[in-house]
Design a protein around this ligand. Structure first.
Ligand SMILES: Nc1nc2c(ncn2[C@@H]2O[C@H](COP(=O)(O)OP(=O)(O)OP(=O)(O)O)[C@@H](O)[C@H]2O)c(=O)[nH]1
Ligand SMILES: [Mg+2]
Length: 451
């Protein structure tokens, strides 16, 4: 933890500039050994210095070096960043010199880990940094930035503070029952405070769905009988000839994936094998896979053939997806219709074809409505969006439910306080207030080198 670490923080490749970062007690002293002409141990914090990196008397590169002294740096330690010329050889030479002069090569994410362990950022903020680096869309960037700014953490901290206050009051009640002017915590009071906490946890979990959609997109599976035009629909939506289209039923055997953005939200589309009974072993494997995809989907698009009418197989498929978010797309509406709409009562139905775009535009509109995509932008994008964080928050909900049962049974307050403390602890795990070393190591290893 007290080692001075070094790593290349920019992508290693050919580019104008590379940044090599050094952090730790000896950061300034180590860089000073290979940098001339300025004595970096004498400079002020947050200053930039022009000069050269030397290996003995050999000039390795012409550089700009920035010096940030503890505690005003990302890691809170002394930090030096060397802006050298990009290019693999130069950058690696500079890094190698730092290592031979006493720095240790950083592990992936170790700078962020130091920032966390030194109390500069909490876990939610650290995970936000990773999300920001990986952000592919404008919304993903905003979402991540709100995580880094502490807005998301403060939602969790407020919940924790509320619970802490109740716990303090319970403790005082138990320890000093003779005091008359203190608030006496009753089961009724706990019922109402707990209801508030539960509401807030449920609200955060509900809104987290928006965060998930922004971060991961909408997993959309196109299903239907063979030959109804599923692959054509995929190709038209993503504007690319990705899946093979023929008039032979059973063309698609394996799944084919593509994605398209709807107002900044990624629609991750999966085209599947047409579902039917088949003697063909390969085709049947494809069909099994199609059915499996249904369970994992955020949205199912069931494609029907306008010209063929609704068959018993179509109805069977419709029943199979009745728990899913689904849209029925009646394809090939350029041909005469045989569709009996009475069979589709209560369904969201869109007509279209893959010759023109109007019908598929309408399909996108329906998806926007279904997932409130317009509203996603209006909120301030303060959502929990990370699987680890959400898993823990779901755990608190379980304990809250148990606590509610305990309250119904009039279990004494000091026993209930144990569950309440547990909720407080799990919420602490979310922001990394109480952490376990193994988990922290695993988590930061997923970061990139030099971050
Ligand atoms: N008239 C018309 N033909 C279409 C339309 N969409 C697709 N087709 C034709 O329907 C046939 C089947 O299209 P595919 O996209 O391969 O159908 P599929 O549902 O993927 O079929 P499988 O992969 O076999 O399950 C092809 O000959 C397409 O050209 C449409 O909107 N109108
Ligand atoms: Mg197909």
């Amino acid at each position: 933890m007290n080692d001075t670490i070094a790593a290349v923080s920019t992508a290693l490749g050919v580019g104008a500039i590379s940044i090599v970062r050094v952090s730790g007690n000896d950061a300034i002293r180590i860089v000073n050994k290979i940098f001339r002409p300025t004595d970096l141990e004498l400079v002020k914090s947050h200053t930039l210095h022009y000069g050269h990196i030397y290996d003995d008397e050999e000039i390795i590169d012409e550089v700009l070096v920035s010096v940030m002294k503890s505690p005003r740096s990302f890691t809170t330690e002394d930090t030096v960043e060397i802006n050298c010329h990009g290019g693999i050889n130069t950058t690696n030479r500079v890094l190698a010199l730092l290592l031979s002069n006493g720095a240790r090569l950083a592990e992936p994410g170790e700078f962020s880990k130091k920032a966390f362990l030194n109390g500069r950022i909490d876990l939610i903020e650290a995970e936000g940094i990773m999300d920001l680096i990986n952000a592919k869309t404008e919304k993903m960037r905003k979402l991540a930035l709100n995580q880094i700014s502490g807005k998301v953490s403060s939602m969790i901290k407020q919940l924790r503070d509320g619970i802490k206050n109740i716990l303090i009051n319970i403790d005082v009640n138990i320890d000093y029952p003779e005091y008359e002017d203190i608030l006496v915590v009753t089961n009724e009071m706990l019922v109402s405070s707990l209801a508030d906490i539960k509401n807030e946890v449920e609200r955060i979990l509900k809104e987290a769905k928006n965060g998930k959609i922004i971060k991961e997109g909408i997993k959309t599976v196109i299903i239907g009988r063979p030959n109804v035009g599923k692959s054509s629909v995929l190709n038209k939506l993503i504007d690319e000839d990705k899946a093979i289209v023929t008039d032979v039923a059973g063309t698609t055997r394996d799944i084919v994936e593509g994605s398209v953005s709807i107002d900044g939200i990624l629609l991750n589309i999966i085209d599947t094998a047409g579902i039917r009974e088949s003697e063909d072993v390969i085709e049947q494997l494809g069909v099994t896979k199609s059915i499996k995809m249904i369970d994992e989907a955020d949205l199912v698009i069931l494609v029907l053939n306008n010209k063929e009418g609704i068959t018993a197989e179509d109805i069977k498929l419709l029943n199979q997806v009745n728990k899913q978010n689904r849209i029925v797309l009646i394809n090939k509406d350029d041909l005469d219709s045989e569709i009996d709409e009475k069979k589709l009562q209560g369904e969201i139905v869109v007509y279209g074809n893959t010759v023109s775009i109007e019908g598929l535009d309408m399909l996108k509109e329906k998806i926007k409505e279904m997932f409130n995509i317009d509203d996603l932008d209006r909120g301030d994008l303060t959502y929990l969006s990370n699987a680890r964080q959400l898993g823990l928050l779901n755990e608190t909900l379980k304990v809250i439910n148990e606590l509610e049962l305990g309250l119904d049974d009039n279990i004494p307050l000091d026993i209930l306080a144990i569950d309440l403390k547990r909720i407080w602890e799990i919420l602490g795990d979310i922001i990394g207030e109480n952490y376990n070393n193994e988990l922290i190591d695993e988590l930061f290893k997923q970061f990139c080198l030099g971050k």
